[in-house]
Write a protein that binds this ligand. Structure first.
Ligand code: CU
Ligand code: ZN
Length: 234
């Protein structure tokens, strides 16, 4: 049923792209604003049921005495999950950043979140190592004014249900650096922020919006991405 509505939309997009190319108009987002909105609306109308969730998020709560702010978005992509995180108000330097097993941030020191999410029962490591926990994202690098971002794509996690799902687990930011070697957790020091992963996109954090790059995704952007991919391929 979804296909029945989607095909006309795709055709419409193609037609628009073709005419735009014919007119020599290479600036998407100017003249063709109306159509993508309609496409997004049509897609949204079919999303509520029957579709596997593709987005999840966590908003982290700082440990008492800290004003660090952080949020993470998870987006299901081909072959895995893209993890995009932002932090503000942190100490400059590298901070260990992981998905922990238990979605429980109730303990004052966040130890209630348990160890690193490790469904394959392997050793701790860096995200680029052959062997590492599914929750090993390495370090979030914080600059001199206290902000930082991290983007990791992994095939060891999913947003949808299953043994690798991120939903209901906890994201932890550490005060120290993950050395990517020490067992079982990289010797990253105390936990300074914790957030439980929930379905859906993170609410916009106004102070963080300016940090979002062009990678930032919104409803209907799948179509836009496909469109620009088509364009660049021509
Ligand atoms: Cu951790
Ligand atoms: Zn680990």
């Amino acid at each position: 049923m979804k296909t029945l509505r989607y095909v006309p939309s795709a055709t419409l997009m193609l037609a628009l792209l073709t005419s735009a190319a014919f007119l020599g108009c290479a600036a998407p987002g100017s003249d063709d604003v109306v159509s993508p909105d309609e496409t997004a609306a049509a897609a949204e109308a079919y999303e509520p049921e029957a579709v596997v969730p593709t987005k999840a998020h966590a908003v982290l709560t700082p440990i008492e005495g800290s004003s660090v702010q952080a949020a993470v978005n998870f987006t299901e992509v081909a072959g895995g999950v893209q993890v995009n995180a932002w932090v503000l108000g942190a100490e400059p330097g590298d901070h260990g950043f992981h998905l922990h097993e238990v979605g429980d941030c109730s303990a004052a020191d966040f130890t209630s979140a348990g160890g690193h999410f490790n469904p394959t029962a392997v050793q701790h490591g860096g995200p680029g190592d052959a062997l590492h926990h599914a929750g090993d994202w390495g370090n979030l690098v914080v600059n001199s004014v206290g902000s930082g971002a991290l983007s990791v794509t992994t095939n060891m996690l999913s947003v949808g249900p299953g043994a690798n799902s991120v939903v209901g687990r906890a994201v932890i930011l550490h005060s120290g650096t993950d050395d990517l070697v020490s067992q079982p957790s990289g010797d990253a020091g105390p936990r300074i922020a914790c957030g439980v992963v929930e379905l859906g996109s993170a609410p916009p954090m106004e102070s963080m919006e300016s940090m979002e790059s062009t990678e930032s995704t919104e409803e209907g952007s799948d179509d836009a991405a496909a469109a620009s991919a088509d364009e660049s391929g021509q």
